[in-house]
Ligand binder design. Structure first.
Ligand SMILES: [Zn+2]
Length: 415
């Protein structure tokens, strides 16, 4: 396959996947149902079928619709270490995601791209887009998201398989593929069939702008606070009532406003109240805590406890209970302990002519969960942008550089 054929194949595949609605459902995923939507089963079946049709014999679709496949090593490299590539086939539910109609803007001239529904992609407001004059830009029609997050990653990996099968002269070791449901609900790795994976390292292909490599993410905890008051008739409450709704409001008010998601970026962490509900008798607050630093996270957890005690002091008779749950951890420590994983990626990108840069992820990925489970997994760019929105777009030229990087990565792991 020459570069033009590869590009055509990548575009056709991406547009085909984008048109298959596959939004995940947070409430169902939270209740333990994986995949959380039936449409994800359809796309998983279709991807598994396509991998088999390309000539891969080792393709598994497991009970939770994870797709695991293997590209065998070229002769002589069977003993080379296996590495894995992973992408998620669900899309976010933050914007409509059914009936996606990809629009292809070939040789884009740099003028604003007008979508339906009053949405415009203006390079003046999108500095990354302004860098892509002359590229083939892919958008939705404006009524839905595009789903480059993460179908650009899925299309890249499947096209890599097609390329390696068509080119037995390209020497590489064993390559493992993992396509997963429910990344967007935060439950993407809950049911991952770890026992079936053979690779000691993976890469998630789920990042944004060309060259972006992510080896660092937040430490993430959730705290759930239960406020208990004393309910009385409001007309006879003086000196006796303890209002749990007021306690919850006072607690949220006592959080440092300069350490909120709205006030931070880069390496700064935050406290984010994401839910508050209640009555006089009882009230609840759910709070997300985020910090890149482990000691910083300890400080945040202690602060929440101290503020809870302060609320009890201010509302005598009221009670505050705090429940902590760890969500995911910064993968940096474990990736630093396996430097060859990142080194191979950087070598591959350089050989593909891509200049790389690191970006801290202000969130988590399937890769952070896999890393925690003992498989170091950094995240690689896809060429997609403005994720989870109707103005989501991807550059086919950047997607091609993702694919070239993956081809070089397969070669690197075989050396
Ligand atoms: Zn994603």
């Amino acid at each position: 396959m020459n570069q033009e054929q590869l590009k055509t194949s990548l575009l056709e595949r991406f547009a085909r996947y984008a048109a298959i609605g596959s939004q995940s459902d947070l409430a169902r995923a939270d209740s333990g149902i994986i995949p959380s939507s039936d449409c994800q089963k359809d796309i998983a079946r279709s991807i598994a079928g396509e991998l088999r049709a390309l000539g891969l014999s080792d393709v598994t679709l497991d009970d939770n619709f994870y797709v695991i496949a293997r590209i065998p090593a070229t002769p002589g490299l069977e003993a080379a270490p296996s590495f894995g590539l992973s992408a998620h086939f669900d899309t976010a539910s933050d914007a409509p995601g059914d009936n996606v109609k990809p629009r292809i803007h070939r040789d884009w001239d740099g003028s604003p791209i007008v979508l339906s529904g009053g949405f415009t992609l203006d390079p003046a407001d999108n500095p990354d887009l302004a860098k892509c004059v002359g590229h083939t830009i892919i958008t939705s029609d404006g009524t839905t998201l595009l789903g480059a997050d993460d179908k650009a990653g899925v299309a890249g990996i499947v096209t890599l398989a097609e390329y390696l099968i068509a080119h037995p002269e390209v020497a590489h070791g064993p390559v493992e593929i993992l396509f997963s449901p429910d990344e967007e609900t935060g439950h993407g790795m809950d049911k991952v069939p770890l026992g079936l994976l053979k690779s000691k390292a993976f890469y998630t292909i789920d990042g944004g702008h060309e060259g972006e490599l992510e080896t660092e993410c937040f430490n993430a905890w959730k705290t759930e606070l239960e406020f208990t008051g004393i309910s009385l008739h409001t007309g006879y409450a003086r000196g006796k009532m303890v209002n749990a709704a007021s306690m919850a409001a006072a607690f949220v008010n006592s959080l440092p406003a300069q350490e909120s998601p709205e006030a931070t970026d880069g390496h700064y962490g935050f406290y984010a109240p994401i839910m508050i509900e209640g009555k006089i008798e009882s009230a609840r607050v759910t709070l997300f805590l985020r910090d890149f630093d482990r000691a910083g996270m300890e400080r945040r957890l202690d602060t929440v406890d101290a503020l809870a005690r302060a609320i009890e002091a201010r509302f005598p008779g009221g009670k505050v209970e705090v429940k902590r749950t760890m969500q995911y951890l910064n993968m940096k420590e474990k990736l630093d302990a396996a430097p060859e994983v990142r080194a191979k990626l950087e070598t591959a990108a350089a050989r593909a002519g891509v200049s790389t840069y690191s970006k801290p992820i202000r969130g988590g990925t399937d890769g952070s969960r896999l890393t925690e489970m003992g498989i170091p997994t950094p995240n690689v760019f896809t060429g997609g942008h403005n994720f989870h929105s109707r103005t989501e777009w991807a550059s086919l030229d950047q997607m091609m550089n993702m694919l070239r990087t993956l081809i070089e990565l397969a070669k690197c792991w075989g050396e």
